[in-house]
Design a protein around this ligand. Structure first.
Ligand code: AMP
Length: 193
């Protein structure tokens, strides 16, 4: 089972991914975390990525896709475990490239879980997270740009996946447990079919 966890920044993708991994044993690919690890290690990719991340902008598709291709090549076991994609895809070209990459492995995206959260709640959560995580992009000015980038570049993916019949809307304004219960219910229904 390959799942995309989709939603605006602050919608709870990371939190729900952790719970999904625990329950379904999926391999977690968080592109944001992958890039932050590169920044921490001072790699060339990290240096380039930081110029985008620190302003709340997206890494260009070409670069992001090269990173993904390399990840797939260096982690051949993911075909068997299944993957939860967290923070990827974020643009239509990324979504198209992802289906191609998965098709080459003889697999596909089975479900897109869309965490739908009100905008003021998103801002509140990111400000809160910034206090704990020390994430440089969790400050008000950058948050505003990240939300704008989300609306312009990422939100169209919602319609894209609705068109493919794989989008499952989840009300993400509730507690972590309630949201997870809802997601698990939808996925269990899907795998039982
Ligand atoms: P996240 O941890 O998913 O909130 O990602 C943090 C930041 O990493 C984003 O604001 C982007 O700058 C960058 N990033 C993560 N995933 C992607 C992606 N799929 N495409 C482009 N940029 C990304």
């Amino acid at each position: 089972m390959n799942i995309v966890i989709f939603g605006a920044p602050g919608s709870g993708k990371g939190t729900q991914s952790e719970k999904l991994i625990e329950r379904y044993g999926l391999h977690h690919i968080s592109t944001g975390q992958l890039l932050r690890d590169n920044i921490a290690r001072g790699t060339h990719l990290g240096k380039v990525a930081n110029t985008y991340i620190s302003n709340g902008n997206l890494i260009p598709d070409k670069l992001m896709l090269e990173v993904l291709e390399e990840y797939f090549q260096t982690h051949p076991g993911i075909r068997e475990t299944g993957v939860i994609f967290d923070g990827f895809p974020r643009t239509i070209p990324q979504a198209e490239a992802l289906s191609e990459m998965l098709a080459k492995l003889g697999t596909e995206i089975h479900a897109v879980v869309g965490l739908e959260v009100d905008e003021d709640e998103l801002v509140r959560r990111m400000i809160e997270r910034g206090k704990e995580s020390g994430r440089a992009d969790d400050k008000l000015e950058t948050i505003k740009n990240r939300l704008e980038v989300y609306h312009n570049q990422t939100a169209p993916l919602r319609e894209y996946y609705i068109g493919k019949g794989s989008y499952h809307a989840i009300d993400g304004n509730r507690s972590v447990e309630e949201i997870f219960g809802d997601i698990a219910c939808k996925l269990d229904e899907k795998t039982a079919r």
